[in-house]
Design a protein. Sequence first.
Length: 427
Amino acid sequence: MNAQAPKGTADMLPDVARAWEHMQRVAQDLFARYGYEPAYTPLFEHTEVFTRGIGEATDIVSKEMYTFEDKGGRSITLRPEGTAGVVRSALEKNLTANGAQAKLYYSGPMFRYERPQKGRMRQFWQIGIEILGAAEPSADAEVIAILWRYFEALGIPAASMRLLLNSMGDEACRPRYREKVAAFIRSHGAELCEECNRRADTNPLRAFDCKKSACVKMMSQAPLLRDELCNACSAHYAAVKALVDDLGIPYTEEPKLVRGLDYYTRTVFEIQVDAGLGSQNAIGGGGRYDRLMEEYGGPPTPGLGFALGFERTLLAMQAAGVEVPSPARAEVYVAAVDDSVRDAAFALAQCLRDSGVAAELDHQARSLKSQMKQADRLGARFVAVLGPDELAAGEITLRNMGTKEETRVALASAPAAVEAALAAALG
RNA sequence: GUGGGUGUAGCUCAGUUGGUUAGAGCGCCGGACUGUGGCUCCGGAGGUCGCGGGUUCAAGUCCCGUUACCCACCCCA
């Protein structure tokens, strides 16, 4: 059989998995301080959850979803992002009934059928938060602050991060603006690419995302939503900016930041870095989606959130020279001198582990020398040597790997002696 | 979906104008006064040279195809 992982997937082996767990721990600790609670929704949903939420015309829905029919004839899709499922769940379970507020965070794999490259996978992991039922600008600023602080907490220097901010408007001003952009594209069709011309009908705002130089140039003269926002959106945006200013978090207004999902309203934001990500640059982003729950048939419920990419964030951390903490695999290595004491060594290791000490021992019947080498490699501070001599005397030889000092300790009180020795060595 | 690059030991790679048993470093295993690590020395294990055709007396080395990975376009986390 073919032992290769499918295209666009990657095994998370110890080095990466350790980083992943570290990132999760930092996230859990930080998010909890802001009052967010964990919530895990299914990895797959009814396809409609995504088509209605993300939007039929988006790249994600139109060409990147893993969609299949299950044995019951339902159309199922592996989640390409996390927000849609969380909002669907909040609606199903009535988490925001009677004006209640829900603050949730999650992490897990997302799936998009794309050509993989640096910082872009078919299965990729995201950590995200969502706050539902909160319409005030302070919610926007809180979510932005969490994302910023999270990257800082991981060791990515603030100076290497760029926070982009924009407002997408709402149902009062966006449709009007959309038509203006569509009209602009049609009137300059000759100078824009084919794709952008098509966008005039499907999703005119995406023309701002086009990378072709002619389009970039032309679109830079297109009307900006900033100038078309209704009073309410304009006031909301101003309030968010003022709050982020007060937090001392630097940002750049990017009127062309439109993001790839249709559900966004008002505030959208993205954090980018330049090093380590190949041709990608966004490590996290999000925005407000005040109409999403209604789109699912629920009551009008404001909400917003962010998602950050694990793989990209790790790349950014590596580019910044961040060392992921990695504990020693063993505090004590139990070495058996020969076969006659292996069972006793095994029992000793278990005893140490039961008392809370990280203990390792050999399972390959290796020589004592090889076991010592192994102990060194694993970073063990002590080796408990158990041989026929020790066993006969009811003792072990405890070797301090740093000082090479050896002391005889009673086997029966080994755990306590080891703990004391470890405490002394560390203190 | 399109384009470019690369596929040789666990890892990083070298393999000359096609020519005898395919190499190095690191890692791994064992040994260097019979029960002891980090340095050094010695020895050892480990490779269908991505896969399939073709050219040739002879191919890791040339040609064709195929596949995988990487990178880029597109888009996004």
